[in-house]
Ligand binder design. Structure first.
Ligand SMILES: Nc1ncnc2c1ncn2[C@@H]1O[C@H](COP(=O)(O)OP(=O)(O)OP(=O)(O)O)[C@@H](O)[C@H]1O
Length: 241
């Protein structure tokens, strides 16, 4: 089944054309990476798919639901981790996860299951009893990722999930993402770290100045451009546009 279908999507912010008609599809069960430099249009694409931003043109669907006309249905299927996400700083990590579990779960039993999973995913152990305001950036990121995944969304939309994290935290997060695919979660991840994405993603779309310049499996793209890594592919691909 197709998890995400984006067709000729456009977004203008006043005079700035952030997306100039991008198209791609994501199959259910894939880890799909949207990669490109700062300002390429990654966050804009993710926010449209997360139903937080209206496109100017084109259309997008999540599991067959239109992100504009059927936003309520889309929201039931997705979890979104924004790039600059804060948690409720006055709560402890545990209170935050509890609050979110109660908000999302249909009944008490489900909420307890979600909370248990969230605690495990956060990897924060005893520190969950401390206020979020005392957490490092990496700890906050892990808490928020745990929140996004504990609800077992059909589609997880993660904006730069490992940005600013040390190698150990980034490694743990990548591992968690890989494990969750087996639970039936489809991932759309944005990153400007092309090497990381190469390791993590089944397929990638390279985005540059609001246009997709290449789509494919990392190995396929490297072979096509006779490149050693995706960074080299990207540099070659933007020269060809
Ligand atoms: N609210 C806004 N108002 C005006 N312009 C915006 C707004 N948000 C984004 N833009 C512009 O749209 C373009 C795409 O931005 P976007 O945040 O989608 O890029 P990005 O690929 O996520 O970049 P980064 O890696 O730096 O987060 C940029 O030129 C940016 O300046």
């Amino acid at each position: 089944m197709v998890a995400v279908k984006v067709e000729k999507l456009e977004k203008d912010y006043g005079k700035v054309k952030a997306l100039k008609g991008i198209s791609f599809t994501i199959e259910e069960g894939e880890i799909f990476g949207l990669i490109g430099p700062n300002g390429a249009g990654k966050s804009t694409t993710l926010r449209i798919l997360a139903t937080l931003l209206m496109p100017t043109g084109g259309r997008a669907e999540v599991f067959g639901y239109d992100v504009v006309k059927e936003a309520e249905e889309v929201r039931k299927l997705i979890s979104y981790l924004p790039e600059e996400a804060g948690a409720y700083k006055r709560l402890t990590g545990l209170e935050y996860l509890e609050f979110m579990a109660k908000l999302y779960a249909k009944d008490k039993k489900k909420a307890e299951e979600m909370l248990k999973l969230g605690i495990e995913l956060s990897g924060l152990g005893e520190r969950l009893r401390d206020k979020v305001s005392t957490y490092s950036k990496g700890m906050t990121r892990r808490l928020l990722l745990a929140r996004a995944l504990m609800v077992k969304p059909k589609l997880a939309i993660l904006d730069e999930p490992t940005s600013g994290l040390d190698i150990m935290n980034a490694f743990e997060i990548r591992k968690t993402i890989k494990e969750f695919v087996r639970e039936g979660v489809t991932f759309l991840i944005s990153s400007h770290n092309m090497l990381e994405v190469e390791y993590l993603c089944d397929r990638v779309a390279l985005i540059h100045k609001g246009r997709i310049v290449e789509i494919g499996e990392p190995e396929e793209l490297k072979a096509k451009y006779n490149a050693e890594n995706l960074e080299e592919v990207f540099m070659e691909a933007i020269n060809n546009v």
